[in-house]
Design a protein around this ligand. Sequence first.
Ligand code: PLP
Length: 410
Amino acid sequence: MTQPPVHAPMSQFAVRDGELLVNGWPLRRLAERVGATPFYAYDRGLLRARAAELRAALPAAVKLHYAMKANPMPALVALMAQLVDGIDVASAGELRVALDADADPREISFAGPGKREAELRQAVAAGVLVNVESERELALLPGIAQSLGLPARVALRVNPDYELKGSGMRMGGGSKPFGIDAERLPALLGTLGREGLAFEGFHLFAGSQNLKAEAICEAQRLSYELALRLSAHAPAPVRCLNLGGGFGIPYFPGEQRLALGPIAENLQRLAERAARELPQAALVLELGRYLVGEAGVYVARVLECKVSREQVFLVTDGGLHHHLAASGNFGQVLRKNYPVAIGTRMDAPAVESASVVGPLCTPLDLLAERMALAEAGEGDLVVVFQSGAYGASASPQGFLSHPGCLEVLV
Ligand SMILES: *Cc1c(COP(=O)(O)O)cnc(C)c1O
């Protein structure tokens, strides 16, 4: 009989005396230091290691940006700002955090549909690159630039005429609220120079959580070629070609880590082409999840072990309101378990099939369903791995009015 698929081993965190370590801190002591559960903990060592690993793998000519909507915790953004070449923001609120983190405004880009006029003004005043998502935004910018007496730096986000295969969430191709349809761009590009906008390039982002290296390579190649075709209509040389993010991490049983080798080789070929065909252009990757997702854990305390008709329920103080994604309600079609462990009993064998639930009065509040876990008791700490991205800020913390969660950078 074939074995059922298992989770990729969460070997990035060390274990000592049966306790998970977060950047050297044993979990119980860390919980005491934080002062309360539940909390998210992000490991500086792992964040640094991941950025270094990417740098080593990717061609030196490719710029690495952090897409901070994956995790906007200010202390973490400040650390990331030191590790990458730039920050991608998706709101004026994120822009403020990026600027506070001392990110260089010349290396900040601002994407996202439906930018309010006030947000566009803030972006132009800050001197960041606006990734324009619509003809409305394009129409607002010249007046803003004029009234501020500053150039509006713009890149056009392109909604391409293809889709990225194998991606969890598709953000390009077909009918989309993101970007401007590629076929409309030649005519629009012709008007940009006359409007006094500072054209800098193109932005393409096909989709998130992609674990297939070939699919990412194909999307990046197609993005490059589309941008190259569009550049013929541009009023100025392309200086920035943002190929998006979307590198995935393994969450579910059977999933493997993304192979960086083929992606690096493909980018090397594109960088060589760009040096000839778009000689002023920097290729940019804007990664969110891949940079921070594996460096974070969510930690909740077991309040009660309850048995209902033989099924064990570990009732914790954490749940869906802090970690919507682990509950399966953030982009999953069929609910699957995130990697979960009893962080205070890491050396104990997984003997019981337990469900980990939260305190919310809804059956959706599940952190793990019938998972093989070490036997746990009241006071033990449950850990949800792969929680560094799309966690706290992507969860409905007000739902049911329980206390919010804490976040620490360790
Ligand atoms: C969310 C987002 C990203 C980051 O996506 P990941 O899948 O986390 O890498 C990059 N660019 C844009 C425009 C985004 O909206």
